[in-house]
Ligand binder design. Structure first.
Ligand code: ATP
Ligand code: MG
Ligand code: MG
Ligand code: MG
Length: 462
């Protein structure tokens, strides 16, 4: 008999037929006449109720049908009288496939703290919370590809091992070979970590942007979507050492076009999640964040507020709120400033543009004032910066000058400069941190809870 998925059975209309389901037991409860087993197979947040009558299944025969065990159930799919469910299964045969000793299995009925669940990353996907988060994460990743594919962007794979530091921020992890002849040994025989990728120093990428620009200057509109790494020795709820970044890059786009794309893209992703993850989002809304659905719906409908960094600094200077870090023209904004603008002042997403050149990367296009660059950061409620982007400097001479000012070695980036030598054109792009998007859409509070295997200081066990 073919196994049915629980998600499809829960909405089935052809009842009173025999079905076979397999899944993990969430709970078993009941009395001496009947036992109710809540079964979940990961396809949906909802459990399927299995009814086991004492005539067929005396309770002592069900002792291994315990929380966490995997079982196969053959039975009749019938209409249910139970609250919140339209169907259930009257069991005819129950086979335990894999036991879970109640004395040892950590995910018993009681709720666990998210901190505790981080310590058991191998089991937490079995909880309702992580099941929901992982399904939403999947849907968003799919929506990213669908959006770009529909809009004529090509997906380009940029390297993970790279010789360049795209951000010039020195937040890179070094790559070291441990092949027999590499890295060289020091005189005392220990590994010499100053040598790395077969003699050439290389890093794990912090961004696919520079390579993405190569592709955009050939294919027109491209995007990357891959893992990026930053040696962030910070313990914030918004930073990971390994995160996924989505980076579109477009030839012939100026800053305005870039902002329009970013706004449309974000709205379309949120809309996709609302349409395709209704049950999981409802669960997360009820469980963690009663404002979640209201916030998601409002982002989709609201026009984002656009203003310059200079205007934002004026607003922040006159704000009633006391900030931990003082604001003044020329300093980078902290998350507390970004969130004030979004959550208190404008009460909607904000796109800030034209930052002082000193706080942004060398590749951003210089404005005519000579002091600011065509940067744009998209700021979201509860998150702060969700996107960082810019129009890129397309002028060879200006780019060389900016690189010198910011101590970026031109000889390492000769290929990047070549793009300005041969057929240069205005172009723009941005980076969306995928986990920050998942954080926003799920309403979770900590970025460590929206990626299956979070990497943060002192945590990369498996
Ligand atoms: P922040 O100011 O929050 O540290 P950033 O300005 O250093 O971010 P960018 O270099 O602009 O980050 O990267 C583009 C996007 O990648 C950011 O807008 C954010 O969404 C995401 N991002 C950056 N660093 C991290 C990180 N350590 N963990 C998760 N996402 C990140
Ligand atoms: Mg940063
Ligand atoms: Mg930033
Ligand atoms: Mg940024």
């Amino acid at each position: 008999m073919r196994r049915s998925g629980i998600k499809e059975l829960l909405v089935a209309t052809n009842l009173d037929r025999e079905v076979l389901v397999k899944g993990w037991v969430r709970t078993r409860r009941g009395n001496k006449y009947v036992q109710f087993i809540a079964l979940n197979d990961g396809s949906t947040i909802h459990n399927l109720q299995v009814v086991a009558s004492a005539e067929l299944f005396p309770e002592e025969n069900l002792k291994d049908v315990a929380t966490g065990a995997s079982v196969a159930v053959r039975g009749t799919l019938v209409a249910s009288q139970g609250k919140g469910q339209t169907v259930e299964i009257q069991a005819l045969e129950i086979t335990v496939l894999g036991k879970a000793d109640p004395e040892e299995y950590p995910l018993q009925k009681k709720g666990h703290s998210l901190e505790f669940l981080r310590e058991i990353a191998h089991l937490r996907p079995r909880t309702n919370t992580f099941g929901a988060v992982l399904r939403v994460r999947h849907a968003l990743a799919f929506a990213v590809h669908e959006y770009f594919n529909k809009n004529g962007f090509y997906y380009v794979h940029t390297p993970i091992i790279t010789g360049s530091d795209a951000e010039g921020a020195g937040q890179m992890f070094r790559v070291t070979t441990l092949a027999p002849e590499h890295p060289p040994r020091t005189a005392d025989g220990s590994v010499d970590f100053s040598e790395d990728f077969f003699g050439k120093p290389t890093n794990l990428t912090v961004s696919g942007q520079l390579e993405g620009e190569i592709a955009a200057m050939a294919l027109g509109k491209i995007y990357t979507f891959g893992p990026t790494f930053r040696a962030e020795n910070s313990n914030t709820a918004r930073h990971l050492a390994e995160f996924w970044m989505i980076e579109p890059e477009m030839a012939f786009y100026e800053l305005e076009d870039n902002m329009d794309l970013a706004e449309d893209f974000l709205k379309s992703l949120v809309r996709y999640a609302l349409a395709h993850c209704a049950d999981d989002l409802q669960f997360l809304n009820d469980q963690y964040d009663k404002e979640l659905l209201v916030r998601l719906n409002s982002v989709v409908e609201t026009e984002f507020q656009r203003l310059t960094y200079t205007e934002a600094v004026e607003i922040l200077k006159t704000a009633k709120q006391k900030f931990e870090f003082p604001v003044g023209w020329g300093t980078d904004l902290q998350s507390e400033h970004e969130r004030y603008l979004v959550e208190k002042h404008f009460k909607k997403p904000v796109i800030l543009t034209d930052y002082p050149k000193e706080v942004k990367s060398f590749y951003m296009k210089l404005n005519e004032d000579g002091r600011t660059v065509r940067a744009m950061d998209v700021l979201f409620p509860g998150i702060g910066e969700i996107i960082g982007g810019s129009q890129r400097e397309e002028d060879y001479t200006k780019l060389i000058t900016r690189m010198a000012e910011m101590h970026v070695p031109a000889e390492d980036l000769w290929w990047y400069l070549d793009l300005r030598k041969f057929g240069t054109a205005p172009h723009s792009g941005f980076g969306l941190g995928f986990e920050r998007l998942v954080l926003f859409v799920t309403g979770m509070a900590n970025i460590r809870d929206v990626i299956p295997f979070p990497r943060y200081p002192k945590n990369a066990a498996f």
